[in-house]
Design a protein around this ligand. Sequence first.
Ligand code: NAP
Ligand code: ZN
Length: 350
Amino acid sequence: MAMNVKGYAALAVKEPLVPHSFVRRDPREDDVVIDILFSGVCHSDIHNAFNDWGGATYPMVPGHEIIGRVAYVGKSVSKFSVGDRVGVGCMVDSCQHCSACEQGLEQYCEEGSTLTYNDIDRHDGLPTYGGYSDRIVVTEKFVVKVPETMDLRGAAPLLCAGITTWSPLRHWKVGEGSKVAVVGLGGLGHMAIKLAKALGAEVTLFTRSPGKEADARRLGVGHVVLSTDDAQMKAAANQFDLIIDTVPYVHDLNPYIPTLALSGTLVLVGYLGSLDPFLNSTPLILGRKSVAGSVIGGIAETQEMMDFCGKHGITADVEVINIQEINTAWKRMLKSDVKYRFVIDIASLK
Ligand code: NAP
Ligand code: ZN
């Protein structure tokens, strides 16, 4: 029952996405076949299609914030039934036996997790294709349940923007009374604010965009610091237990380190690559401060985050688009002009 699937793909680097038909594998015994309803648009989709990180292969069907309904389950599937509302994020498989996988941290799989797109399936050696399409086939181990009453459009971004900010909030034990700052108010940034606030933290936003202040306050931010204003940066000294930096491109981290409290951590989730300018170690050493990194989150942790969001009524603020508008949406995202996540209504593919 190999399936013909419709989607949108990049056929070459920096080329606009175009309609693209392709074939998904026959479902294996542990597979769930999902009719995709909504697919979130992450800045990583742009980085991948533009080959910012190297290793791009084409045709590339992006999309790793997938919400849909189960259409078929393989013989050994036990967690899901036809009709269930489900989500798939950035990974669709991992080795399942290394020390990271054994801890439920499949995103750090020592053999490399299998990414939802722009990767190779570890069993049949075929390319993986993402959520800008109408169907996907995924082992049940990498599928999560969507809470009963959750709005499905606003749920899609939880699968990447949500878990990527949830995981560091949990790892660094953010809770009642913690002081958290978020750098950049985009898809990840707005989820970091909502989740940190719901965990009981006092939240500050660092932004380059003065126009985002009112929205930031509506999302739960107590203080807004314009990162381009030296005086405001200096006034924010010695405050934060955790800073989550979501900026997608290289930028100077040095001005943020003095804003960390004693033993505080700045965790990078946005930019991948060498720092420029260099990081000065002196304020790190003199304040026992850390600069760290973090990638998405494990599957159990993703389910935990979905359930937390269900309980606290949290979803993303989304602009729903038709898939024909995807190239315009990417251009707007590159200008930081999105409030605060584009989500593709996959019905528009039909
Ligand atoms: P986004 O919606 O485009 O938001 C990024 C925000 O960063 C912008 O809204 C802007 O906020 C700020 N910004 C943009 N360009 C900047 C620049 N040159 N200098 C300073 N600030 C800038 O992107 P996103 O989808 O949230 O993704 C953010 C980054 O996280 C991307 O690089 C993405 O690939 C990465 N990511 C990582 C993981 C992971 O697992 N680690 C997962 C998903 C995504 P202001 O206007 O407020 O300044
Ligand atoms: Zn993403």
